[in-house]
Structures are given as C-alpha cells and as structure tokens.
Design a protein around this ligand. Structure first.
Ligand code: ATP
Ligand code: MG
Length: 326
C-alpha cells in the first residue's frame, strides 16, 4: 500500500546562494490516511520549517531538497496553478502564529466562503452554511455574527480556532497543525482534539501534529517523530514513546516536559541549549549535551536505523539497554 504522503530525504537550506545554512536535513517519514503523526522537539529543531516545506511555502531565501510525494506528484517540484491545487486545499495548515495567517482586512465569512467556493465549486448559500457549521464545530460563539466580523475582533485563542475552521473548510486530505492548541484553554482544547479525532476516523484525515504538549500527543497521535537540530533522532509508535524510547535526546525531552498524567518524577531541564543551525556540532548534534556521549559521537552523524518494528533511532550506543539508567 502506498502512503498518502511520503517525505523522502527532505532538506531545507537558508540562503542557499550566499551563505548557506542547513536548517533541516535528511528528514524522511510517511503518513497514512487517517493517521495522526506527532512531531516533537525543542524550539528551533526545525519542525515549522519542515511543515512549511511540505506545503511548498518556505520563506524567501530558503530552498527545499529531497521529495514530498503526494497524489503522484512531488510537491517540491510543483509551481503555479498545480501547486495551488494542493496548497490549502488538499494539504492545509494551521499556523503556529494565528495572527499572521488571517487577512486583517477581510471578514471571517469572506475568508472562509471564497476559499470554499473556489475550491469546492459550491454556491454562496452552501458555502455560508458550511462556514457556520465549521465555526460551530470549533466552538466559536455566535457563528453568524462571527462571519461578519474581522480577525482583530477575536481573541488569540478564537483566531486559532477560526484558522482551524478555515483549514478544514476545503476537506483537505492532510492537515498540518503547528501547535494548534497551545493558546487554548483545556476545555476548548479538548473540543478541538475531539473534532480532529472525529475527522480522522470519519473522513480519513491525516494530521501532522506539531506540539510541545505530550498530553496532546498521547491523546491523538499514532506515531511520533522526534527532531533535534534539524534531523530526526527517533521515531516510534506513541505507545512506545514513554516506555520504549531509546535515544538519549528523546529521554531528556520527556524528562523535561510535563507528563500527561501530571504525576511521575520531577521535571529535569535539559542542560545547555540547542545549537543554532550555523553552529551545529560535528557528529551527533546532541553529543555536547548528552550524558552518555563517547568520543565517536563527535566524529560522524549517526544514521537513523530500525531498531524494532516501526521504531527508528539515531543513537548507536543504546545506553538504556538491559534496564540501564532510566
Ligand atoms: N526565514 C528563516 N530564515 C533563516 N532561518 C530561519 C528562518 N526561519 C527559521 N529559521 C531557523 O530555522 C531553525 C528552525 O526553525 P523552526 O521555526 O522550524 O523551529 P521549530 O522547531 O518550529 O521551533 P518552535 O518550537 O520554537 O516553533 C531555527 O534555528 C530558526 O532560527
Ligand atoms: Mg515552530
């Protein structure tokens, strides 16, 4: 069976022609229909840049390499109309910063319905009804009034939910959600997660869920990809993340973030800071911060290898084997 979306050796380079800096390197993963894939990693690890590359909307002065296979096409090679057929329609994105994603001068109604009329070929009445339903699903109070309002009339959390409604309006196959629930309070967050979970079950929506929130990840994701300094260091089933993780960075990240059950051991921040892309240490980029590093870790980038079914790790040391330090 072929995957719905397949990312092969994705790379992102900033300023490729003047002062090239590698932001994302050798990132490969697949997404199946109806699957939620979590993308985790500290700030600056390249999660958003990976997402923007998948949509073909990298910032100016940056370039993607590799392949993003979707619907028999390589998204990275598409331009103009062919790219617009996919962007926002078949692969939609909820941006990390909701204020930059909504047009400040257009009403919410206009931003939602024009999009639908253009892409779904439905008339004004149907598109308005669909917009009302979607706003209701993301729990915007008084959807009718919301259609006539402008983005600045809503709070940050509401703008984020409106963005989710717009992203879902054209019934995409893939939704990229970059920290979609960070600005939301717990009840609303639960509603948004239920909505996404329902869409994945009923419509086979595939979701790339970028989040720092492990509770959100464990509630919704099937598999998790952990990134560090632009590369994938570990990927596994979400069930395996807490108990079967094998990479020292994954372990450190889990220890530094609140657990979903809010119990467990005290949080341990990861010592040091992630490297900037321009000053990535040689070898395994995590080695200067790793409690288990040996000399060899600084000499070559360890490849991501399969260590169990559907479980990949880029640490050849396996310091936690045989019940080692957990
Ligand atoms: N337009 C740009 N030009 C050059 N470098 C950039 C640009 N945008 C981001 N970067 C750099 O790329 C790296 C990855 O950034 P990215 O936004 O993908 O991180 P992230 O994992 O999404 O972090 P966060 O969790 O804070 O959202 C960072 O070091 C950042 O400084
Ligand atoms: Mg980001």
């Amino acid at each position: 069976m072929t995957a719905l979306l397949e990312v092969r050796r994705l790379g992102v380079t900033a300023r490729p022609d003047t002062a090239p800096v590698t932001i994302v390197e050798d990132v490969s993963f697949t997404m199946e229909r109806g699957e939620v894939l979590g993308l985790a990693g500290e700030s600056g690890s390249g999660k958003t840049m990976t997402a923007l590359a998948l949509m073909g909307i990298l910032p100016a002065q940056s370039r993607a390499t590799g392949e993003v296979r979707f619907a028999d096409e390589d998204v990275l090679k598409l331009r103009g109309r062919a790219l617009r057929q996919i962007q926002g329609r078949r692969i939609a994105m909820v941006f990390q910063d909701p204020s930059s994603a909504l047009h400040p001068m257009l009403t919410i109604g206009r931003q939602m319905t024009e999009h639908m009329r253009h892409h779904l070929g439905i008339d004004r009445r149907d598109s308005e009804q669909r917009a009302l339903d979607l706003l209701d699903q993301v729990r915007i109070p008084d959807p009718k009034a919301a259609l006539k309002a402008f983005p600045h009339q809503f709070s940050g959390g509401m703008r984020q939910r409106i963005q989710i409604a717009i992203a879902l309006a054209c019934e995409p196959d893939v939704l990229i959600a970059d920290e979609p629930t960070t600005a939301l309070d717990v009840t609303i967050q639960a509603g948004v997660l239920r909505l996404l979970d329902g869409l994945r079950r009923d419509r086979g929506l595939a979701v790339l869920l970028i989040t720092h929130d492990l509770a959100v990840l464990s509630a919704l994701a099937d598999r998790v990809v952990v990134m560090y300094a632009g590369r994938i260091v570990e990927s596994c089933a979400v069930k395996e993340l807490a108990t079967g993780n094998r990479h020292p960075y994954t372990r450190a990240l889990l220890s530094s973030l609140p657990r979903p059950d809010a119990r467990g051991p005290a949080l341990v921040p990861i010592g040091g800071t992630p490297p900037s892309p321009a000053a990535r240490p040689p070898g395994c980029a995590f080695n200067p911060r790793c409690d288990f590093a040996v000399d060899a870790c600084a000499s070559a980038v360890p490849p991501l290898v399969e260590i169990g079914q559907g479980h990949h790790s880029a640490c050849p040391l396996d310091p936690f084997a045989d019940g080692g330090p957990r």
